[in-house]
Design a protein around this ligand. Structure first.
Ligand SMILES: [Zn+2]
Ligand SMILES: [Zn+2]
Length: 147
């Protein structure tokens, strides 16, 4: 993560009039550093040593604030817990079936699909989500070692 990215995010917070508490700063910094897509629980576990008084609810609350001003995206997966993504540029995800790891990849945005869906169904399309599934490199190695 570049310092520049964190500084830019902090500026966005300031502009939105959001108070920058040490916890909020830490949550943001963790998200920008983590190239993974952590759950609120992951973030809590990573930061509880630094902020013994912080609860999971505080982490959720901070994530909600960051989401509302557009610094963080929430990815919901049915009933399992949400994952948080600080990469708010257009990108797609590939997800490991074994360990649940989510990795970003870039592909030209499928605007034609949105246009076609709108045309065919009459829906007012807001966005789309594309996910590719498979086994990550780490899990492939584990599988080979077992043989
Ligand atoms: Zn995996
Ligand atoms: Zn992502």
């Amino acid at each position: 993560m570049s310092e520049k990215q964190l500084k830019k995010a902090i500026d966005t917070l300031k502009e939105s009039g959001v108070r920058i508490t040490p916890q909020r700063h830490a949550v943001l910094e963790y998200l920008l550093n983590a190239m993974v897509h952590p759950t609120a629980d992951d973030i809590y576990k990573a930061l509880e040593g630094k902020f013994p008084n912080m609860s999971v609810a505080t982490v959720y609350n901070n994530l909600r604030v960051l989401r509302e001003i557009g610094l963080v995206r929430e990815l919901t997966y049915g009933d399992s817990s949400s994952r948080f993504d600080c990469n708010t540029t257009e990108h797609y995800h590939i997800i490991c079936d074994s360990c649940g790891k989510i990795v970003d990849f870039h592909y030209p945005s499928l605007d034609e699909v949105e246009a076609l869906a709108e045309q065919v169904t009459g829906f007012d399309v807001s966005h789309h989500r594309l996910e590719v599934y498979g086994k990550c490199e780490g899990c492939q190695e584990v599988a080979t070692q077992k043989h």
